[in-house]
Write a protein that binds this ligand. Structure first.
Ligand code: NAI
Ligand code: 15L
Length: 276
């Protein structure tokens, strides 16, 4: 059993894939949870949790939901590449509502950022948490914006954030890329626990990937401060998934994979950097 936070935790995107898995994990630890999402919670609401249906665009309701909370785990919003107008409300305006609520409550934000904020880094690179944002679409751009919002609220208002740049968090890896990027649900859940219970986090970044041999891409983050080390690994899937690659050179060249080639309109070959 983990320690319990002193105050309730607000969890947005509770009805989504990670929200459901995290709810199950934290409820089993006896944590007090406020769950919210724009769609109904599909499972029985566990003991110690309450669910409220709400749109992240509705700032007044988000403020009310955050009242008395010590941490906001922000998983809600558009989670894949979409046209800009669809991302604007949930991921841009909604994120502002989350940070305003955190400022009002003195709450910490655990933000589900994404590898797509840096998706146009090449797979041959090894990058640290302080690398340049190179978003691979409007979705990745909204995650870079979210991380910058965290920095703004840290420097101006002292709101703490952990910005988790999640790789691919699914029950199992399903292709060769995920042999590097996969994050198991239990590793993710244990990371969120550390993000909430660590006494001081400031505004820090942690890469969300399990202990995968092929994860040579991402280094130098806040895991030691958080006291988190991934325990699971995609390695046992290497035999079955090693050859599962696409025939798209753009997808295979960059960390963001297929998100990089979505809507791609350059003439080949792909650029080597910002000036090429
Ligand atoms: P998901 O799409 O299953 O869950 C997102 C939830 O947000 C959904 O339940 C949806 O109803 C809710 N939502 C969307 N618009 C909303 C709005 N206007 N108001 C309130 N709720 C709204 O995504 P998943 O996989 O659970 O991911 C959770 C978070 O982690 C997302 O922010 C995603 O961008 C991020 N992430 C996930 C990764 C993964 O591999 N699963 C990788 C990187 C980041
Ligand atoms: C993400 O950010 C998405 O939310 C998820 O659906 C996957 O596409 C993941 O990244 C990934 O890069 O595998």
């Amino acid at each position: 059993m983990t320690d319990h936070p002193a105050k309730p935790v607000l969890l947005t995107g509770a009805s989504g894939n990670l929200g459901r898995a995290l709810t199950k994990f934290l409820a089993a630890e006896g944590w007090t949870l406020r769950l919210t999402d724009i769609v109904p919670f599909p499972d029985p609401v566990p003991v110690g949790a309450a669910f409220t249906k709400a749109d992240l665009n509705d700032g007044v309701t988000i403020l009310r939901l955050a009242e008395g909370c010590g941490a906001i785990v922000h998983l809600g919003g558009v989670s894949v590449e979409q046209p800009f107008e669809e991302i604007l409300g949930p991921n841009i305006r909604g994120l502002f509502h989350i940070y305003e609520a955190a400022r009002r409550e003195g709450a910490r934000v655990i933000f589900a950022s994404s590898n797509h904020s840096i998706g146009f880094h090449e797979r041959t690179e090894t990058i640290g948490a302080d690398t340049q944002f190179q978003p691979d679409g409007f979705y990745g751009l909204s995650k870079a914006y979210g991380e910058l919002m965290g920095r703004l609220y840290w420097f101006k208002h002292g709101v703490e954030s952990v910005l988790i740049r999640i790789g691919s968090c699914f029950p199992e890896p399903t292709n060769a890329r995920m042999l590097a990027t996969w994050l198991s649900y239990p590793d993710f859940s244990r990371l969120v626990v550390r993000c909430i219970l660590t006494e001081k986090v400031g505004c820090c970044v942690v890469w969300g990937a399990s202990n995968n041999k092929r994860m040579t891409w991402w280094r130098s983050d806040a895991r030691a401060t958080l006291g988190w080390a991934p325990q699971d690994s995609a390695d046992p899937f290497a035999g079955q998934l090693g050859g599962k690659v696409s025939d798209d050179p753009v997808e295979e060249r960059y960390m963001g994979g297929v998100f990089c080639s979505m809507g791609w309109s350059r003439s080949a070959p792909a650029p080597a950097g910002l000036f090429d």
